[in-house]
Ligand binder design. Structure first.
Ligand code: NDP
Length: 277
């Protein structure tokens, strides 16, 4: 019997060379016995919608979308999940029955990783640093975990204020970096891109104590500047964003394939691959 051709998936972005998504999805497929092929695809900045249409014609089943196309993916979808609509961005497209479904799995990936790391979210006080796409995408899934409050602090305070207005939930309030200095939190999530350029969000060390957990969405072989700083100030626990990366992929995979893969073995494999680079 001829083996069936694998179902086709892609990750579209620009740049895309660094993407670990093909590795992650092939590992999930192996683990769950799914016949898929998942490739990264560099898309010219003005060619996103043509690229998606061409892939649908080639019987593509789904695609992950990364920088800078998440908003264009939102506009292109025929139907959106509530979390994608509120995030204003789509990272997962599914092509089914002639329609394009858009979802955003980043926030669910973060929540699953926090739970996996035994971070308690119920009634917690959360400080969310940043007000870009990533911060926006995680707010609804975080709120679903019943926190006491989420304070959104951003370098450009007006952007944090806009984000909070958009969510219109009394538990979500905006702040400047300066004004969080005299407050206490259970969890601080760095959703800024400061770590990518070796920088730190300019917040006071007074927010760090020996009960707070600090999470950086950025990941890599070395501890990020934010996590290094938090550890030096005595934070109880530090976690990087590798588990979020694998978690968001796992949610996309389960949308496409109807089966939820185990994330931990894939996180471990990726971590080991960083160490060998
Ligand atoms: P955006 O470009 O949309 O937003 C960037 C945010 O970072 C803004 O709030 C910006 O503040 C802030 N910022 C940038 N530099 C500094 C600095 N030096 N000090 C303080 N604040 C700063 O990016 P995204 O929201 O899409 O992504 C944010 C980070 O999250 C990225 O590093 C990305 O790699 C990571 N990420 C990780 C994921 C994972 O799976 N682990 C998934 C998604 C994102 P301002 O408004 O003032 O400019």
């Amino acid at each position: 019997m001829t083996p069936k051709n694998p179902d086709q998936y892609r990750v579209f972005g620009n740049p895309i060379e660094h993407s670990r998504s093909p590795f992650i999805h092939h590992a999930f497929a192996k683990q769950t016995n799914q016949n898929i092929d998942y490739q990264k695809k560099l898309i010219a900045l003005d060619d996103f919608s043509n690229a998606v249409t061409a892939f649908i014609k080639q019987e593509g089943r789904g695609a992950n979308i990364t920088v800078p196309f998440k908003e264009q993916a939102l506009a292109l979808a025929d139907e959106l999940s509530e979390r994608a609509r509120l995030a204003g961005a789509v990272n997962t497209l599914t092509f089914k029955n002639g329609k394009v479904f858009g979802d955003n799995t980043d926030g669910e990936g973060l929540v699953q990783d926090l739970i996996r790391n035994k971070v308690s979210l119920n009634k917690s006080k959360i400080l969310l640093l940043g007000a870009g796409g990533a911060a926006k995408g995680v707010l609804l899934p975080l709120l679903a975990q019943n926190p006491d409050s989420i304070t959104v602090a951003n370098r450009t305070q007006s952007k944090a204020e806009l984000l909070c207005q958009h969510f219109a939930d009394s538990r979500v309030t905006a702040s400047s970096f300066l004004d969080v200095a005299d407050k206490q939190f259970d969890l601080i999530i760095n959703a800024t891109s400061a770590s990518l350029s070796g920088g730190l969000p300019a917040i006071s060390e007074t927010v760090i104590n020996n009960t707070v957990t600090c999470y950086d969405m950025v990941y890599g072989n070395d501890e990020t500047p934010f996590l290094k700083w938090a550890k030096n100030q005595g934070a109880a626990k530090i976690i990087d964003g590798l588990g979020m990366l694998v978690g968001q992929a796992a949610v996309s995979f389960s949308i496409w394939r109807g089966v939820s893969p185990e994330t931990l073995p894939v996180i471990d494999e990726l971590r080991a691959s960083f160490e060998n680079e």
